[in-house]
Design a protein around this ligand. Structure first.
Ligand SMILES: [Zn+2]
Ligand SMILES: [Zn+2]
Length: 163
């Protein structure tokens, strides 16, 4: 969705409401496409004394394998993003300031970046996921597999000898 503020605010309006579905199914995150259903975007851009402020909520369903046990999990996530939109950047650049291209904003592109930066870098099916056994590959959430748990990390062992 591209918003052309010259058309919108040229008519004396000082608010644009945004309410649409954003397709992020091709968004690549660490080799996965975790957002298969369209994300819901709601919010507005308001103009006050020449300053444009964007405030939107993005609600999406994130589906990815658990980092420990590889079970596929879907989780509802809601994000809030706000930016100040400017025609030129004078002085300090910062993340909150978004430079408009000829008074136009490519909202999809902006939100795509915002969403990527907000997605979890660590994703677990549950906080205490036990993961899978390194030896036999059993899902340890479903019970112990019987392999020895006495395995000692060789790096730790080396450290112990140093101490
Ligand atoms: Zn898990
Ligand atoms: Zn095992």
């Amino acid at each position: 969705m591209i918003i052309d503020f010259r058309t919108v605010f040229g008519t004396g309006e000082n608010r644009v409401d945004v309410d649409y579905d954003l397709d992020l199914s091709d968004l690549d995150y660490y080799g996965f496409h975790p957002i298969t259903k369209p994300a819901k975007v709601t919010g507005s851009v308001t103009e006050s004394a020449g300053v444009l402020r964007l405030k939107v909520s993005v609600s999406l369903l994130y589906s990815a394998p658990c980092d420990r046990c590889a079970t596929e999990v879907s989780r509802q996530m809601d994000f809030e993003f706000s930016h100040v939109l400017v025609n030129e950047i004078s002085g300090d650049d910062n993340d909150e300031l978004i430079l408009l291209d000829d008074m136009k904003l490519d909202l999809d592109e902006l939100l795509r970046t915002d969403v990527i930066l907000s997605l979890p870098t660590k994703f677990l099916c549950r906080d205490d996921c036990k993961g899978i056994c390194q030896t036999c590959g059993a899902d340890l959430n479903k019970g112990a597999c019987g392999c020895s748990t006495e395995k000692i990390d060789p790096r730790l062992e080396a450290l112990k000898q140093l101490l």
